[in-house]
Design a protein around this ligand. Structure first.
Ligand code: HEM
Length: 475
């Protein structure tokens, strides 16, 4: 049994039913003041044991944040290397595709030349008034400096800005969630540190010298260290701006006939093939040319494994959802169950929300095209949780989304979220739609997303937060 009271609630759910929210990226300017406040407000942190909350509050730290709270270097070094180094080392930027116009020097926050982000304080609210009041309270603290305020926004029908239903496919965490689909229920340790993972092992967990745990908040291991990471997780945050007009304009151009006439049905089919689902969230069946009308009313479906569509005639092999979770059709495995097992070692718990106004409230392609490019800032606040950043988030991003040789494909990356590796040489710029008697190829797919900021955070357990709040300041 896992102790849900010790686990921050954001691991259990993204609180999508609460329409208002804020992500406050902060710098801790007075560690003693911050700790004092944290100690007296631990009970305000939302936990996984609570449900139907009308307002939530969660907190996560970067390395510099825990450094400011006087966590000793040996303890900091026991954290995952990716978190310790953060998202912006040159080697990591290369690995994630954060190069050229996506390079950290062009970011709005999180880059080395900008103010260091120590912590992320975030909450979701039933009312806009409650949300603003919470933000004002945090902004009034003199022990914090709010570096960036990011406002998420729920779009109609749980869609993201391109107009596709999002947040459908999620793994369930054993011990935390009810098992919806068996193949999708993953070991607790894939998302919560200190528990057994899909390898049936407990991965290394951040530790701290027990002498520092004056109030004995933390569990200890056999070596006598205190498990600071136990019941915590790593939170990946990437702000991805979406060029919605460019996306629909591109698929419109691709679907025009020889008389330069648009074909809305073909346009919708191409766009859906790129995502891998219809806008209403339904799967694309082999041979289908129009969206089934019952998507949202029937509820999300996530039972498929691609075993009935191995060739990609319905959902293309290089589409966004098939790259980000190939399910039973991962290469190199003969049996579907082994392929799923392997793919399941690279899953993430997505907690993203859009930001910015939708380009048009209907989010319909014809209206988007008619409106033209409005240059407004909008996109996806991509957040995900995982216990092993390298094996989960970074692997998906590098080896599946940004891999121009994914499975049998070549010179193409994920058409939605992939970052084109080399704009000049047009590597990775195509998109193949498998079909009979031959495949179609959309050529020179531009990049529709731009990185605007990002960081790796550690989301501590409640006990770890108590420990941090009572950690003595460095003399
Ligand atoms: C602006 C960028 C992005 C957009 C617009 C986008 C949109 C979507 C949409 C519409 C879906 C299908 C609905 C669903 O299954 O929930 C989806 C699924 C998914 N996306 Fe993204 N996404 C973006 C970026 C990313 C990134 C950067 C990653 C990972 C590095 C990612 C990982 C996933 C995963 C794992 C799934 C579920 C696949 C499955 O299990 O079937 N997405 N995304």
């Amino acid at each position: 049994m896992i102790d849900k009271q010790d686990i921050q609630g954001f691991i259990k759910q993204g609180y999508g039913y609460l329409n208002y929210g804020r992500y406050l990226l902060v710098k801790i300017v007075d560690a003693a003041g911050f700790k004092q406040w944290l100690e007296t407000h631990i009970d305000d942190i939302s936990t996984a044991a609570q449900s139907d909350l009308k307002q939530t509050f969660n907190i996560a730290f970067t390395r510099s944040g825990l450094q400011r709270l006087s966590l000793p270097e040996d303890s900091l070094q026991s954290f995952a290397r990716e978190w310790y180094e953060n998202m912006v080392t040159p080697e990591r930027s290369y690995r994630l595709g954060d190069t050229q116009h996506n390079a950290p020097e062009n970011w709005q926050w999180g880059a080395p030349h900008q103010t260091t982000i120590d912590a992320l304080l975030f909450g979701f609210f039933e009312t806009s008034k409650g949300c603003k009041a919470w933000q004002q309270t945090i902004e009034s603290f003199d022990f914090l400096e709010v570096i960036e305020v990011i406002e998420p926004r729920n779009l109609p029908q749980f869609k993201e800005h391109f107009g596709f239903r999002d947040g459908i496919s999620q793994p369930t965490v054993k011990g935390m969630h009810k098992e919806k689909e068996k193949f999708n229920a993953l070991a607790t340790g894939e998302f919560i540190l200190g528990h057994k993972n899909e390898y049936d092992e407990v991965a290394p967990c951040p530790v701290v010298n027990t002498n520092l745990d004056k109030h004995l908040q933390l569990k200890t291991n056999r070596q006598g260290d205190s498990l600071l990471g136990f019941n915590g997780s790593y939170l990946v945050f990437r702000q991805l701006e979406q060029d919605v007009h460019a996306f629909w304009d591109y698929v419109d151009q691709q679907s025009k006939d020889e008389y330069n006439k648009s074909h809305p049905q073909q346009r919708l089919l191409f766009a859906s093939k790129m995502v891998g689902r219809w806008p209403n969230g339904k799967m694309i069946k082999p041979g289908a040319t129009a969206q089934p009308s019952t998507g949202i009313s029937n509820g999300p479906e996530n039972q498929f494994t691609y075993e009935n569509d191995t060739a990609g005639f319905g959902c293309p092999i290089g589409s966004h959802i098939r790259r980000s979770n190939p399910r039973a059709t991962l290469d190199g495995q003969k049996k579907a169950k082994d392929a799923i097992k392997t793919a399941n070692r690279h899953r993430i718990l997505r907690r993203g929300r859009p930001y910015g106004e939708p380009i048009v409230s209907s989010m319909q392609a014809d209206e988007i095209l008619e409106k033209g490019n409005d240059d407004a800032q909008r996109g996806l606040l991509f957040l995900c949780l995982n216990a092993d950043i390298a094996r989960q988030f970074e692997f998906v991003q590098q080896t599946w989304l940004n891999n121009s040789k994914f499975r049998s494909l070549y010179t193409e990356v994920d058409p939605i979220a992939g970052i084109k590796p080399d704009a000049e040489h047009l590597l990775g710029n195509h998109f193949s739609i498998q079909g009979k008697p031959f495949r179609q190829r959309l050529r020179q797919v531009p990049s529709f997303i731009t990185m605007k900021g990002g960081a790796y955070f550690f989301l501590p357990s409640i006990r770890a937060l108590k420990f941090l709040s009572t950690l003595e300041d460095e003399a």
